[in-house]
Ligand binder design. Structure first.
Ligand code: SF4
Ligand code: SF4
Length: 427
């Protein structure tokens, strides 16, 4: 197998030893009606409505959508327009908590009898990929088993971005849910083999999962090198199986399905309890966090500033939703934790070194995991040449940031590649 193009990063997994603690329930939550890839939900509640914890408050008939639920019991204060960090607009419900956390009586473990009821239950749980991408999980599970049969489930436990340890804590704290979740996915979807993929910088997780799956023949724990972006979907498929997902293909075309480890753990918790996705594990860390860095089970909708206050952060110049390589910069700390927020990283400095002319060293090309030519894409972008950008396959960029990181001239390659994508018409 050819070696992956990748980079080495400092891991900074400072919070790996921090067991997950419940974050205090806030006085108010902001629940955007769009928290995943796909269509925004229609709001099912209105101003003044009383809601219960776990109650469904948003849903849609669109194929690519998942319902949203209230993480608190209380009163809907307002339904408002909302701007998400990725620039998407949607409605959001702001709910005042009554402090009681009264559970909706409708919450009960789903009855699962077959593939259809399993997928329907996963949809009702409001689950999206918890690794950060936010792809609706039930859509991924609902592949065409005749046209593209899947024979390998890959559990993505790479967590290759610096600082983030929320998936590591899932391994350490919920190994039974992970194992049962895998067995349920295998059973209801008929997938014969599973590989749990963990980077070598997490030896405790590797040891624990090996012991938990020792007598399960269909499940294997695979140790991967600690390289970035090992956790990117196409990279982990290649590392675990040697299969290459070609341009225009989905993983299912290569007989593979990839699920994040926290996602598969959540599936089992939902099957046990019937409690939908209303809170998630978030790593709070970064150079500006002076106390209480750790992992927290945070109600969805909690304002990020509440976490920052808790972290005793001093002078902050930048707050990231997610890790330093692929995370999104927050324009307002009043924005909420959403289903895809696996980390909040607070930075003291946001200083970008001065950009200098390209020295044609070729490092960006050498390190691009998608075999793109970031330096040429940059030129085509500057010329606003959509045809050249298309020929350079700019749409294949996974926004990993390796090119910017490695460039000795500090050129904004990844940033411009993202902007360049908007110039290319989608086919
Ligand atoms: S951001 Fe895009 S162009 Fe840059 S290294 Fe990653 S995949 Fe390649
Ligand atoms: S890494 Fe930077 S300096 Fe080197 S070729 Fe690419 S853009 Fe030019």
């Amino acid at each position: 197998m050819k070696k992956l193009k990748s980079i080495r990063l400092r891991h900074n997994k400072n919070t790996a030893h921090c067991a997950t603690v419940d974050f205090p329930v806030p006085d108010e939550v902001i629940i955007p009606m769009s928290q995943s890839m796909g269509a925004s939900c229609d709001c099912l509640v209105k101003k003044g409505d009383i809601v219960l914890k776990g109650q469904k408050i948003g849903d849609s008939n669109a194929f690519m959508s998942v319902p949203v639920h209230s993480p608190v019991s209380g009163t809907v204060r307002i339904i408002t327009d909302y701007l998400l960090p990725d620039g998407k607009k949607c409605k959001a419900a702001i709910i005042d908590s009554d402090g009681e956390q009264t559970l909706s009586p409708e919450l009960k473990p789903p009855v699962i009898t077959d593939r259809t009821s399993f997928i329907a239950a996963v949809r009702e749980s409001g689950l999206v990929g918890l690794g950060g991408a936010g792809f609706p999980t039930h859509v991924k599970l609902n592949y065409d088993a005749v046209k593209t049969p899947i024979n390998m489930l890959i559990i993505n436990g790479a967590e290759c971005e610096p600082y983030i340890t929320s998936d590591f804590r899932e391994f350490m704290e919920e190994p039974a849910d992970i194992t049962e979740g895998i067995l349920n996915v295998q059973k209801y979807l008929g997938i014969p083999n599973c590989k749990i993929c963990i980077e070598e910088n997490k030896p405790e997780a590797i040891k624990l999962m090996k012991s938990k799956t020792e007598f399960i023949n269909s499940v294997e724990v695979v140790t991967l090198p600690s390289r970035y972006p090992q956790g990117a979907e196409k990279m982990i498929i290649y590392s675990a199986s040697g299969r290459i997902v070609k341009e225009g293909e989905l993983p299912s075309h290569q007989g593979v399905m990839v699920l994040n480890v926290s996602t598969v753990g959540f599936i089992n918790r939902y099957l046990r309890t019937g409690v939908p996705l209303i809170s998630r594990r978030v790593t709070l860390d970064g150079p500006a966090v002076t106390q209480n860095a750790g992992n927290y089970n945070v109600p969805v909708g909690t304002r990020i500033e509440k976490l920052i206050e808790y972290g005793g952060a001093g002078e902050i110049k930048k707050i990231l939703y997610g890790g330093p390589m692929m995370g999104l910069c927050l324009y307002d700390p009043g924005q909420p934790v959403i289903k895809t927020t696996n980390a909040v990283i607070a930075c003291k400095k946001a200083v970008m070194p001065k950009t200098t002319p390209c020295i044609r060293c070729g490092l960006c090309v050498k390190r691009c995991p998608m075999n793109l030519m970031p330096v040429s894409i940059q030129k085509a972008y500057e010329a606003r040449d959509a045809k050249a950008l298309d020929e350079l396959k700019v749409l294949l960029c996974i926004n990993c940031g390796c090119c910017t990181y490695i460039c000795p001239a500090h050129r904004r390659l990844a940033e411009n590649t993202q902007l360049a994508k908007a110039l290319v018409p989608r086919k």
